[in-house]
Design a protein around this ligand. Structure first.
Ligand code: TXA
Ligand code: MG
Length: 328
C-alpha cells in the first residue's frame, strides 16, 4: 500500500536522524515522545534543551522488544520479567538497575534506568529500524501538557525537533505507568495506562502506589501536566456553582462537566462534557486542557473521577495540574 511505503521511507529518514544525533518526535500509544539515541550523550542533551527541562530529570529508554533488555539494564528480577512479559508492548515503564549501554545523561546520573516497549506500530517500526534504544520524554515543553497529536507536538516544540512522525491521535492518552521493579516488591511511582488492578492481577497481590521506594523520582513536580489556565478541583456537585461564580466575577472559565451532569448548560466560556468511560476520558484529557487554553480560559473547574482503573491516572494528572506552579 502506498501509505505504508511512504511511512516506511519517513521511518528510514527518522532512524537516520537518530543515528546522526538528531531529535525525532514519534507517536506512542500513550503520548508523543521526543526521541534521541540513548547512547549518544550530546543527542540526549539536545532533548533537555528542546524541552527546557532540567538535566537532572531522567528519561525513559524505549526498546523494540524485551529480547535485548539485558543490554540496557544490569539485572532483570523475576518479577520484572513477569511484568514485561505480561504488559509489553504496552503502557508500562519498568525502573531497573542501569546497564552500561545507556548514556548517563539519559538517566539524570541515577544508577537506575526506566525502560519500556511501546505498543504503537509507528514507534515499534522506528525502534526496530533504528535498532538501538531511544531515550524519550513526552514531547512537550517542561511542565506543560503532554501532546497526544502531531499538531500538539509542533505547537509545543516547533523547529526544535528535526522530524515529527504523525501517527494520529494517541489511543491511551495518559502516560505509561512507572513501576519500580528493582526489587521483589514492585511499587507504582506514577499511575498511568496500565491500571493498578491489572498489575495486582499479574503479581497476585496488591501493588503499592508511591510506596516507600528506595528510588527518588525527579521530575515529579506538583505542577507537571499543567495547562496555562489555573486548575481548581471541587466536589462534582459543586462544579457548576463554582464555575459560574468565577465567570460572574470576571474570570474566563472552562469547566470539565462530570458525566452525571451531562446536558447541563453552564454559563462559562467553555464547557466540556467528560466522557462516561474512563478510557475515553483518559484519551481526551490532555486535548480538553489544550482546548481550554486555546479559548483563552484563565480558570478550569473540574472534579476528580473515582480513583480506580484509569481513573487513578486521570486523578493524578488533574491533581498535578492543580498543584503549585513551581516552574513559573
Ligand atoms: O508514556 C510515557 O511514559 C511517555 C512516552 C513518550 O513513552 N513518556 C514520558 O516521559 O512520560 P517523561 O519524561 O515525560 O516522564 C518520565 C518519568 C519522569 O517523571 C521521570 O521522573 C521518571 O519517568 N523516571 C525516569 N527514569 C527514572 C528512574 N530511573 N527512576 C525513577 N523515575 C524515573
Ligand atoms: Mg512528561
Amino acid at each position: 500500500m502506498t501509505r505504508v511505503s511512504v511511512m516506511s521511507s519517513r521511518i528510514e529518514e527518522a532512524a537516520g536522524v537518530l543515528r546522526a544525533g538528531g531529535l525525532v518526535a514519534f507517536p506512542t500509544e500513550t503520548v508523543y515522545g521526543l526521541g534521541a539515541n540513548a547512547e549518544d550523550a550530546a543527542a540526549v542533551a539536545r532533548i533537555f534543551q528542546a524541552k527546557g527541562r532540567p538535566a537532572s530529570h531522567p528519561l525513559i529508554v524505549h526498546l523494540a522488544d524485551a529480547a535485548r533488555l539485558g543490554d540496557w539494564v544490569a539485572d532483570v528480577p523475576t518479577t520484572a520479567r513477569r511484568l514485561a512479559e505480561s504488559f509489553w508492548p504496552g503502557p508500562l515503564t519498568l525502573v531497573l538497575r542501569r546497564g552500561r549501554r545507556v548514556a548517563l545523561e539519559a538517566t539524570g546520573g541515577l544508577d537506575t534506568v526506566a525502560v519500556r516497549v511501546p505498543a504503537h506500530p509507528v514507534a515499534l517500526e522506528l525502534l526496530s529500524v533504528f535498532g538501538g534504544g531511544v531515550a524519550a520524554p513526552s514531547a512537550n515543553r517542561f511542565g506543560s501538557v503532554s501532546p497526544t497529536t502531531a499538531e500538539d507536538v509542533r505547537a509545543e516544540l516547533g523547529d526544535a525537533v528535526d522530524v515529527v512522525l504523525d501517527g494520529g491521535r494517541c489511543d491511551v492518552g495518559v502516560e505509561s505507568t512507572i513501576v519500580d521493579a528493582t526489587g521483589d516488591a514492585p511499587s507504582i511511582l506514577r499511575p498511568g495506562g496500565v491500571t493498578r488492578e491489572d498489575l495486582d492481577r499479574v503479581l497476585g497481590r496488591p501493588v503499592a502506589v508511591h510506596a516507600t521506594s528506595r528510588i527518588r523520582v525527579p521530575g515529579q513536580h506538583p505542577s507537571h501536566y499543567a495547562p496555562r489556565a489555573r486548575v481548581v478541583l471541587v466536589d462534582a456537585e459543586d462544579v457548576v456553582a463554582e464555575a459560574e461564580l468565577a465567570q460572574e466575577r470576571g474570570r474566563r472559565v472552562g469547566v470539565l462537566l462530570p458525566p452525571q451532569l451531562a446536558g447541563t448548560q453552564v454559563k462559562t466560556q467553555v464547557q466540556v462534557a467528560v466522557p462516561g468511560s474512563m478510557a475515553a476520558y483518559a484519551r481526551g484529557l490532555y486535548g480538553f486542557l489544550r482546548e481550554f487554553d486555546q479559548h483563552g480560559c484563565d480558570l478550569i473547574v473540574a472534579s476528580l473521577p473515582r480513583e480506580e482503573g484509569l481513573g487513578l491516572a486521570i486523578a493524578n494528572r488533574l491533581r498535578r495540574a492543580a498543584g503549585p506552579r513551581s516552574t513559573e
